[in-house]
Design a protein around this ligand. Structure first.
Ligand code: SF4
Ligand code: SF4
Length: 160
């Protein structure tokens, strides 16, 4: 629960039209959603979002008032689902690996090995859709950046 001091600070910032920490966080999340747009047809918030690249205080309050907090976009969110799936699979691989090590000398070993390899395979199958995919995309982006740096800056605004 927020303290009275924090509530007073937020109320003062609201009165002055300043960007508060929750406003900045919402703007950050809107920029992520704007890159994804999977939920574009869910409600009026997303089409309003796609008409903007930056989210000032007025935009954030406009969209917050359009949202009726139905929660439909939460379970549908691809990055949230992918992160949860990755965590569950990683946990399963660790637990089955540990059990395999503990039961290695028993009759349960073949079954544990099959379960562990199955979990490992599932983890590898989800790699293109999980956090590991960032390794590939970041390498490609760094390569493109290295090439772009060697080319003349067409905007000629300096800053490099
Ligand atoms: S909670 Fe419901 S109304 Fe709000 S942004 Fe998500 S889908 Fe739209
Ligand atoms: S899937 Fe998640 S990140 Fe993508 S638009 Fe929907 S809420 Fe935003």
């Amino acid at each position: 629960m927020q303290t009275l001091e924090a509530l007073t600070r937020d109320a003062r910032a609201l009165a002055r039209g300043e960007i508060t920490a929750p406003d900045a966080e919402l703007a950050r999340q809107m920029q992520i959603c704007n890159g994804c747009r999977y939920c574009a047809g869910f409600c009026a918030v997303f089409p309003v979002m796609t008409r903007r690249l930056e989210f000032g205080k007025a935009d954030i309050h406009y969209m917050a008032n359009l949202c009726h907090n139905c929660g439909a976009c939460l379970p549908a969110c691809l990055p949230i689902r992918a992160a949860a799936r990755f965590r569950h699979l990683l946990f399963l691989v660790s637990v089955t690996g540990l059990l395999l090590w503990l039961l290695g000398a028993t009759a349960a070993m073949p079954l544990m090995l099959a379960v562990h390899l199955g979990a490992l395979m599932a983890l590898f199958l989800t790699l293109p859709y999980g956090k590991f995919a960032h390794g590939v995309f970041r390498t490609a982006a760094l390569l493109r950046f290295a090439i772009e740096k060697r080319q003349p800056n067409r905007l000629e605004l300096g800053g490099e």
